[in-house]
Design a protein around this ligand. Structure first.
Ligand code: GLN
Length: 190
């Protein structure tokens, strides 16, 4: 198992550390040549989705990544990653990776509530999961193929669609490995 981590910007090192604790090898994708390396899955970290999108375009990574996900590559997007994977973003019709049948609100909690922490349930995990939200989005609408995994304050904050897993919060910023473990299992069963 070898997982590619998009490392253009944002919290990618924290994902590497989580995977290392699970004994899973990973490598950073910083340019098109890195993307050619063999991989079993991809993580798209949190950060700033606008900046990441600009870099993905400039580096000619947007289309190859979109294609690989459409061809079944397991992908885990956190926060900005969730935004990049969404087919629709409220009030913004930019083309992103846009592979997941979700409509997302960006910076959805307003400036004051931009960052907060809760412990809450997530389908498939047998304990309350620590959830750190940083200027987070939430999922507003989902298509029929999307399975809702967690809701906080009445908003969808984790979901799965086939080979795609997303969280609006940052599991890599706490020490609970269960969501990364869930993703590795998902990747192993592909
Ligand atoms: N608000 C950010 C965006 O729109 C996402 C925040 C995050 O990844 N922590 O990209």
């Amino acid at each position: 198992m070898r997982i590619a981590i998009l490392a253009l910007q944002g919290a990618f090192i924290e994902h590497q550390k989580m995977l290392a604790q699970l004994g899973v090898e990973s490598f950073e994708v910083r340019q098109a040549a890195d993307w050619e390396l063999p991989k079993d899955a991809l993580i798209i970290p949190g950060g700033e989705s606008t900046t990441m999108l600009k870099l993905l375009r400039e580096l000619d990574l947007l289309q190859p990544i979109k294609q690989a996900i459409e061809d079944g590559l397991p992908v885990f997007g956190t926060c900005a990653g969730l935004i990049l994977l969404a087919k629709h973003v409220e009030g913004d019709d930019k083309q992103r990776i846009s592979t997941m049948d979700t409509t997302v609100c960006r910076n959805a909690y307003g400036r004051q509530l931009g960052s907060f922490f809760v412990e809450s349930n997530l389908k498939g995990i047998d304990h309350a999961v620590p959830m750190t939200f940083i200027r987070a989005p939430y999922i507003d609408k989902v298509g029929s193929e999307v399975e809702i995994l967690a809701e906080v304050n009445g908003h969808i904050v984790a979901a799965k669609q086939g080979n795609q897993l997303v969280t609006a919060f940052h599991p890599e910023l706490n020490d609970d490995l269960s969501i990364h473990r869930m993703f590795v299992k998902m990747a192993e069963s592909k």
